[in-house]
Design a protein around this ligand. Structure first.
Ligand code: PBG
Length: 322
C-alpha cells in the first residue's frame, strides 16, 4: 500500500526502465510484405500506402540484397499478374509473378521466403476462390489451392501462407505439398482472418477487391472471439505449423487468447489499414510516427504474437539497429 509501495520507483531513469522492460522487439520477429507486379517496369506507389513500393520483377534481386543487408529476416510475397481469369491460373503458373519473384530472391539471399497463397489477386472476379452459381465454392477451390502450393514450393518458397479462409484448406495444401515431395515446406495459416475494413489500402496495391459482394461468407465476423479459437484448432489439426491472427491491433484479445490456449507459434499481421492510419496521422503531425510504429508492434508482441508481419518491418529493423 502507498506510501510504502511506489510503482514510480521502477521508472526511475532510462537504465532502470530498460532493465525492467518485459517485451522487446527483435529484428527476427519481423516479416516484411513485398509486392511484385509483372506488368510494370519501374517501382510504383499507391496514395493509400505511403512508402510501400510495388516492384517490377527486374528489381527482385536488388531488393532482396538490400533487405538482407539491412537485417530483414523474412519476407511475405504477393503478386499482381498480367492476366486474370475465372480460376486464377496466374496463381499456379510455373512462370507466375510470385513464382518468378521467389526464384530470384532465393538465388541471391538467404531470406526466409513466405508466399501468400490466395486467388483474389488472380481471379477476374476478385474473390478468393472458384465461383459456382454466383457463390464462392469451398470444395471446388481446394484442389486449386493445392496446385498453387505445389507451384510455389517448386519455385523455392520456404513457407506458404493460405489466406483464402476456405474450410479444409490447410489439409488440402499439406496433402498436395507432401504428395509433391515438399514435406519440408511449412504452412503459416491465416487462421483467424477477420472480414475487415482495414484491408482497403492492400486492395489498392494488389488490385484484389471483389467486383461484386464482400468476403463475409468466408472471412470471419469481427464480433467473434470463440469462433476464432475454433478456426485455430481446426488449422492446427489439419497441419498448420504457424497460425495467424489478422488484423492485429483491433484483435489483440484474440492473439492473447490464442497464446494462452495453444503452443504453436503465432503470427499477427499489422495490415495495410493499420499502417495507413499511423502514416496518415503522422503526416498530419497528429502523432509521432516512429513512436507509434514501435508502440503498436510492441503491443502486438506483448499480446502474445511471436511473428510480426508489418509494412514497417524495414523501418523497425533500422530503429532496432540504431
Ligand atoms: C488476400 C489477402 C488480403 C490481405 C492479405 N492477403 C486481402 C483480403 O483479404 O482482401 C490483406 C493484407 C493487408 O491489408 O495488409 N486474401
Amino acid at each position: 500500500m502507498f506510501p510504502a509501495d511506489r510503482m514510480r520507483r521502477v521508472r526511475l531513469n532510462e537504465r532502470v526502465r530498460n532493465m525492467l522492460t518485459e517485451t522487446r522487439l527483435h529484428p527476427d520477429d519481423l516479416v516484411l510484405p513485398l509486392f511484385f507486379d509483372e506488368t510494370i517496369d519501374s517501382v510504383k506507389y499507391v496514395d493509400s500506402m505511403p512508402g510501400v513500393p510495388t516492384y517490377p520483377l527486374s528489381k527482385a534481386e536488388e531488393v532482396a540484397e538490400r533487405l538482407h543487408s539491412s537485417g530483414i529476416n523474412a519476407v511475405l510475397l504477393f503478386g499482381v499478374p498480367k492476366h486474370k481469369d475465372g480460376t486464377g491460373s496466374g496463381a499456379y503458373s510455373a512462370d507466375g509473378v510470385v513464382q518468378n519473384a521467389v526464384r530470384k530472391i532465393r538465388s541471391c539471399s538467404d531470406l526466409v521466403v513466405i508466399a501468400d497463397l490466395c486467388m483474389c489477386e488472380y481471379t477476374d472476379h476478385g474473390h478468393c476462390g472458384i465461383i459456382t452459381d454466383g457463390k464462392v465454392d469451398n470444395d471446388a477451390t481446394l484442389p486449386y489451392y493445392g496446385k498453387i502450393a505445389g507451384s510455389l514450393a517448386e519455385a523455392g518458397a520456404h513457407m506458404v501462407a493460405p489466406s483464402g479462409m476456405m474450410d479444409g484448406q490447410v489439409l488440402s495444401i499439406r496433402e498436395a505439398l507432401d504428395d509433391g515431395g515438399h514435406e519440408e515446406v511449412s504452412i503459416m495459416a491465416y487462421s483467424a482472418k477477420f472480414c475487415s475494413s482495414f484491408y482497403g489500402p492492400f486492395r489498392d496495391i494488389a488490385h484484389s477487391a471483389p467486383s461484386a459482394g464482400g468476403r463475409e461468407s468466408y472471412q470471419m465476423n469481427p464480433a467473434n472471439g470463440r469462433e476464432a479459437m475454433s478456426e485455430i484448432i481446426l488449422d492446427i489439426q489439419e497441419g498448420a505449423d504457424i497460425i495467424m491472427v489478422k488484423p492485429a491491433m483491433p484483435y489483440l484479445d484474440i492473439i492473447r487468447q490464442a497464446r494462452d490456449e495453444f503452443s504453436v507459434p503465432i503470427a499477427a499481421y499489422q495490415v495495410s489499414g493499420e499502417y495507413a492510419m499511423i502514416k496518415a496521422a503522422a503526416a498530419n503531425g497528429w502523432i509521432d510516427e516512429r513512436r507509434a510504429m514501435m508502440e503498436s508492434l510492441t503491443s502486438i508482441k506483448r499480446a502474445g504474437a511471436d511473428i510480426l508481419i508489418s509494412y514497417f518491418a524495414e523501418e523497425v529493423v533500422k530503429e532496432l539497429r540504431r
